[in-house]
Design a protein around this ligand. Structure first.
Ligand SMILES: C[S@@+](CC[C@H](N)C(=O)[O-])C[C@H]1O[C@@H](n2cnc3c(N)ncnc32)[C@H](O)[C@@H]1O
Length: 303
């Protein structure tokens, strides 16, 4: 199954994967919100939906290695149930709030984030790397948007360590360039999660692959993947897109790129590539790099 997009039901395919073999699982299941998928009917009774979710959540934990991690993306309502299940069989690490504005529903607070639950299979020995994202700067003048308490000169030259609130990755809007899929995720969202919890050559699994986001992210960062998708049309779109994906590296290091700029980099790599005190030749190389090394992405891979 390695490096394959498999068209099938995730429960049937997961049953064929041995215990403790996957480094990182990411699941972005249907949210039971009556979205228009071409095969799956996204409207079940809540009990039905949750019983089904429990089955694949248990499978994801089973196939994950003792050093591995499990991420699940959904609306907060369902994540509260997922946490109840996962707390019994894995170890809670974080609730990542991914800032994403949606429409007012009326008589509620305006939903403004999706959650990504982050669990590890075991309490200790989990593979985890801190990640940095670039400082937010003014588009016109390039100045830092934050004041940093008057200590801007002491800031890391590349950017801040990523927290559990993500505001710098935007949802994919409906436009001509998006795939024929109602809820495609941005590739650099997955790239950040993959950089955080895997090494090159590790295996990433997505049981709800859609049009291929996780597999593309894995391939770009030189990881292996297994993608499972029920719908034959989405699976084929995913295969075509994955075939075109190329590794994204900066000075030999796998990084997440968006619009030709680094969006996420591991702290350990940033420490080597963006040391606080750059020597003159390093400064020159860094100045030259954005044009020469960071090639713009193909349009098909941009939001
Ligand atoms: C929220 S979408 C995932 C989108 C994906 N993250 C992307 O960026 O393209 C959920 C996907 O799960 C698929 N799906 C639903 N039931 C499934 C099942 N039993 N096995 C595998 N895939 C399933 C749907 O067809 C849909 O494409």
């Amino acid at each position: 199954m390695l490096d394959q997009v498999i068209n099938g039901d995730c429960l049937e395919i997961l049953a064929q994967i041995p215990d403790n073999t996957v480094d990182m699982c990411f699941a972005d299941p249907p949210f039971n919100l009556d979205k228009r998928y071409s095969t799956y009917k996204d409207q079940r009774a809540a009990e039905d939906y949750l019983a089904w979710c429990e089955q694949w959540l248990r499978e994801l934990v089973r196939v994950t290695k003792p050093t591995g991690s499990i991420f699940v993306h959904n609306i907060p309502k369902w994540l509260t149930y997922y946490a109840g299940i996962l707390n019994q069989i894995a170890h809670f690490r974080h609730w990542i709030a991914w800032d994403a504005m949606s429409a007012p529903l009326g008589k509620t607070l305006l939903p403004a984030h999706y959650g990504i639950l982050f669990y590890s299979k075991q309490a200790h020995g989990t593979k985890f790397y801190e990640v940095r994202a670039p400082h937010k700067t003014c588009r016109e003048c390039g100045a830092f948007l934050k004041d940093y308490g008057g200590k801007k000169d002491q800031m890391h030259p590349f950017g801040m360590l990523v927290s559990d609130v993500w505001t710098d990755i935007h949802r994919i809007r409906h436009n001509k360039r998006r795939d024929p899929h109602p809820c495609q995720l941005p590739i650099h969202l997955l790239e950040r999660l993959i950089l955080m919890t895997t090494d090159e050559g590790d295996l990433v699994l997505d049981p709800f692959l859609g049009t291929g986001t996780t597999a593309i992210a894995a391939k770009r960062l030189s990881r292996h993947y297994i993608g499972i998708e029920l719908d034959p049309l989405y699976a084929q779109v995913a295969r075509d897109k994955v075939a075109q994906a190329q590794p994204t590296r900066y000075e030999g290091v796998p990084v997440s790129l968006f619009l030709g700029k680094i969006q996420s980099i591991r702290d350990c790599d940033a420490a080597k590539l963006f040391p606080p005190q750059l020597t003159a030749p390093q400064k020159r190389r860094r100045k030259a790099a954005p044009q020469s090394v960071l090639a713009p992405l193909p349009l098909s891979q941009l939001e």
